[in-house]
Design a protein around this ligand. Structure first.
Ligand code: HEC
Length: 166
């Protein structure tokens, strides 16, 4: 008799356990589905944060240029500034696509970091390496929308080594 009762108790306990387990699964399934949309939301937020960070960095670069460079090189990079005139500086006109075309990013980085007799070097405390890269992209951008420089002659290596057969 007691044995039977125990057996029934075990069966009941089993059924209850399965029931609770099923219920638990149901309730956890819901938040998990929600977590999916949460991850999507997070991805969207990350993308927005990234583009925000990019425009923030762009704004910082523009600010550095305005404060540290524009007095000589001009807001639009053409180098026609009062200070350039009074200091008798010969500045390249960066709105001309030819002005910086033959200069590598490394040469421009050196020019900015080391300066020259009339140009003050831009210290790391005023512009980080990334910001100097940004400055270079920014000053190269002054010639955008200007008539393009005549296409350079094709490099010898690019020319066909043998004339066409016909
Ligand atoms: C006091 C005036 C002055 C300021 C301020 C100044 N520059 Fe210059 N910059 C010059 C002069 C002058 C030259 C030409 C140097 C030479 O011929 O050796 C020059 C040359 C350069 C060059 C080499 C390419 C070229 O057109 O000759 C770069 C790049 C440049 N400057 C970037 C900058 C940046 C970026 C800033 C701000 C962080 C800046 N300059 C601030 C005067 C200035």
């Amino acid at each position: 008799m007691l044995k039977r009762f125990m057996l029934r108790a075990v069966v009941v306990a089993f059924v209850v356990t399965v029931g609770v387990f099923a219920l638990a699964q149901q309730t956890t399934a819901h938040p998990r589905a929600k977590a999916g949309t949460k991850a999507e939301e997070q991805a969207q937020t990350d993308a927005k944060a990234q583009s925000d960070a990019k425009s923030k960095a762009d704004a910082k670069v523009k600010q550095i240029y305005t404060i540290d460079c524009a007095m000589c090189h001009g807001d639009n990079g053409n180098g026609k500034t009062d200070l350039a005139t009074s200091m008798k500086l010969t500045l390249a006109d960066w709105t001309d696509p030819k002005a910086l075309a033959d200069k590598t990013d490394q040469q421009l980085t050196d020019a900015i970091r080391k300066g020259s007799d009339k140009m003050p070097p831009e210290d790391k405390s005023r512009a980080t390496d990334d910001e100097v890269k940004g400055l270079i992209a920014y000053i190269r951008g002054f010639s955008k929308g200007q008539p393009a420089a005549p296409a350079p002659a094709p490099a010898p290596a690019a020319a066909p080594s043998t004339p066409p057969s016909n």
